[in-house]
Structure formats: structure tokens, C-alpha cells
Write a protein that binds this ligand. Sequence first.
Ligand SMILES: [Zn+2]
Length: 561
Amino acid sequence: MTYRLPILALVVCAACQAEPEQHPADWVLRNGVVYTVDAERSSAEAVAISGDRIAYVGDDGGVEVFIGPETQVIDLDGKMLLPGFFDAHSHPAHAPVDSLSVRLYGLTSLEGYLDALREYASAYPDRPVIQGAGWSNTLFPPSGPRRQDLDRVVSDRPVMFSSEDGHSSWVNSKALELAGITKDTPDPPGGIIERDPDTGEPSGTLRESAAGLVAGLAAPATVEERLLALEAFQEMAARDGVTTVRDAYVRLDDVASEAYARADLTVRFRANLLFGPEDSLDSVGRYVEERAKYQLPRFTIDGIKLFIDGVVEGETAYLLEPYAHRPDYRGELLWDTDFLNETVAAFDEASFIVHAHAIGDGGVRVVLDAFAHARDVNGERDARHQVTHIQLVAPEDIRRFGELDIVAVPQPFWFTKGAYYENLEKPFLGEARADKEYPMQSFFDAGAVVASASDFPVTIPFSPLTGIEHGVLRTDDPGDPALTLGAEESASLEDMIASFTIHGAFASFLENETGSIETGKLADLVVLESNLFDIPPENISETRVLMTFFEGEPVFRAEGF
Ligand SMILES: [Zn+2]
């Protein structure tokens, strides 16, 4: 609340026209294309920054009075100025740290994964457990990768590799042995132990909660490790113009929260606490206490994260109609719907933002039902509950996002055909359903607030400019029209920019502080080398970020600018 005061002060000052001259600003940026993303989507030429706030937005003439002897003046020379980007769902504090984890992201073959493991295992011969992340489901059959392949490289200590979507774990035989997982171990609630069809032995892939069966083998992360991950993340964020991020989840008593509180933050974070179907509503008070503990200006816990279902590629997304290749199977709903309704109502009543992961159209429907239920029992309030991923959504449910004021949090980076579509989604969902994946324009048409996100490290790198381009073009290869996914869902550039700025801010109750370039707001700004409205959309993702301001301080400046 206290940092609303400066806005009031400015409003008061604007009223006293008699004041003879403005205080010089710390920074003036002029002669640019300032796309403000204010309510009118207006443009300007110049901005002045005083302290952490925007002191002026307007034409070049009007900014002159803000220039004093100490003011740093930047001639934008026609370059574009946007509000700092907002990433509405990311995992900064849980990103793998290279020295602590085998990096599999971007490798494209089983042999590539095994080479990376071999190299890491010889570099760290004393590490008792080898962890890694980033393997792709597209390179393996539906039952997932096999333990025998890992065994060929490392058999004397446990190896645990999580998939790039974070929903499956690939483990070697030693990990299964030490965790006591055998052919007789039943699938845990909300999880699947993939098995050899002939022997019934665990085959090496653990889906969803089943991955938790081996999690205890590794030493828990330390605050220092989390600080390393955060540091690396903030550097990337500054380079990509990202100034605010919602961390999808931390846990109660998470060392990640401690790291956030201790770190020198150059990104503003909002975060959700994880609550699962195995938790008890008796613990809501603990969640309220944990939230109260972290109300720092740059790190605030204000939400609850619920996983409603899994993922299509793991056959764990919960569908309204059966999977195409398994006619008697609709996937996994991780919740009893009554308990889900009670849970959402309880956290709604405690004024948390409820941020739900739902991928299948069945998962989306049950969580919308739960939001409707919360509204029935608690009354209507400005809750800003959210559903993220929304890979498949029935058209009638898209309308409910508008009706129930639910924020849609899509990952436009994924709007394309390609290996996931061809190898997993088309065979698992059938072509007609797969072609309806990832609606976007329909959410805008339904009047929903749409706050875009990367889901880093599922998406690496996470430049919002790539997300904006995919939202407009619906492909990651504009040269190949066959890769366009659902062209009818293409959104406008204006809406895509809003989804990475002001809509994200709104979804976190920060729309009075950031998300647009307006006098009195925090000076979160990004300078782009060209005006996005002047270039072909396929060049948006390659547009360079030249400078990023966070609360009036430059946190990134490209060489030569
Ligand atoms: Zn996520």
C-alpha cells in the first residue's frame, strides 16, 4: 500500500499548475516510438524518469523541461519503447543450475542425452545422485524412455532426469532399486509407473506424482543453489526486457522463498504456493501465514497453484472425450471434484489468487466449475483467478472465462505445429482435436483478460518477443505454411503486446504500478531496435532488446547502444 503514495503525490502536483519548473529527471528518452499500452493504446515520443517512476510521457517538446545538467538523455532515433514485459507463469527459482544438473534441453537424440550424462558423470564422480532436466517426449514411444539406456552409462548411482515439460522423470535401475520401486509397486494416486509390457517391471519412466517416489534420493536444494538459479534467471530476464514474473509455485517453507527474500532482485516477482489433492484444508492457516511472511515489494506471495491434470504427451491430461489411441481412457483428473470445489472456495475466501494448471478440456471444465462454485458460496469478488496452459478448451468454456472473470494464461511460444504436434498430439488426440489446440483470439473475443507466459524452463529461451510473434503467426517457422497451427486463432500485435504487459500486470493486481507507460507508474521499460508495427511479423522474434529499465534503473544495455 505504501508505494501507492507517490502516485497520489504526482496527481496532486499535476493539479498545482502554478509550480514554475519541473525537477530535472534522471533519464530522458526522446525521439522514439513510445507505445504506451495505456487504455487508449496511445503513442508518444518521449519519456522522463525520476527516481523509480515515470515523470512524463508525451512529445519531444514537452520533455525539454525535464532535462537538467545531470539528466542522462538518450536519443531513441525512431526506436521503440515498450513497457517492461510481464511473464505470467514461469519457474525461475526451480530452474536447473548447470553445475548441479545435466542439461538436456535442446539435445535432439537419445545418444545426445547419453553423451551429456557420460560427460557429467565423469566430471562429477563423487556426486551421489545425478540429476538432469530437459529431455523431450517427442523422441520416445508413448511409454517413455527406458532405464536400460541410462544403465549403459551409469549403473552404480541413481540417475533422475526430468522431462522438458517437468511432468515425467526418466530414471535408471539404481534409482528404482534405492526407491524400492518394483513390479509390485502400485501406481500412486495421480501418477503412473510406466512398465515393460512383457515383464511388468518398471520400464524407467515415472509420470506426474510417481516421480515423487524417487525425489527423496536427491539431497534437497539449498538456498545457495536457488540463489544461483535466480541470478542466472535475472540476467536472462534483463536481456529479454522482462521486468515482472509470476513464479508458478514455491512450497511452504521453500528454500526458494528464502532465496527470493535474500537476493538482490532486479525483477519483480509474484508467486503462488503449491497446494495438492493430498493436502488438507486444515492447513489453509499455514498458507495464510506463509503469505504474510513474504510481502516484500519485489517478492510477494499472493497465489495458490493447483495442478488439475497432467499433460497430453504423458497421456495424463484430462479430456472430455477419450484419447484417440486409447478409446476407453480420458486421462487423469488429479482431484476429487468435491474436494477441488472446497479447496478453491477456501482459498478464494482467504483472498488468494487461485492459479490452476489445466491442459485437457476436461481439466479446464472442472476448474471453471470450481471457480463458479466459489463465486456461489463466497459471493462475487475481484479475485483474478487464473487458468494456465489451456491447451484444449471447449468453445462453451472459453466463453466462461469472460463470464466468470477468469484470466487465461497461455504460452504462445507453443503455438505451432512441429514434433510435438506430429509425434504426440495428433496421434493421441486425433487430427481434428489437435488442430484446435491453444486457442488465443477466442479468449480475447470472449472478453477474457489474457496474460501470456513462457513456463520457463519448459520454454528456453523465453523472450516475450518470440511469444508475441507466435501469437500473431501461429508458427515457429513462417517459411513453412504447413506448420501453422489454427490460423483462425491468430491474435493482433496490439493484443499480443498487451498480453505480455498490462494484462499480466492486471492478473497480479499490479496494473496501477506497471504494465503500461504512464506518468506516475514505475519506470519498467524496454527499448527495442525497431518499431514492431513497421516490420514483417516474422522479424519480431529477432528484434534486439537494446535496453531494459527496472524501476528506473538500467538493468541491461546492449553493447554499442
Ligand atoms: Zn509451469
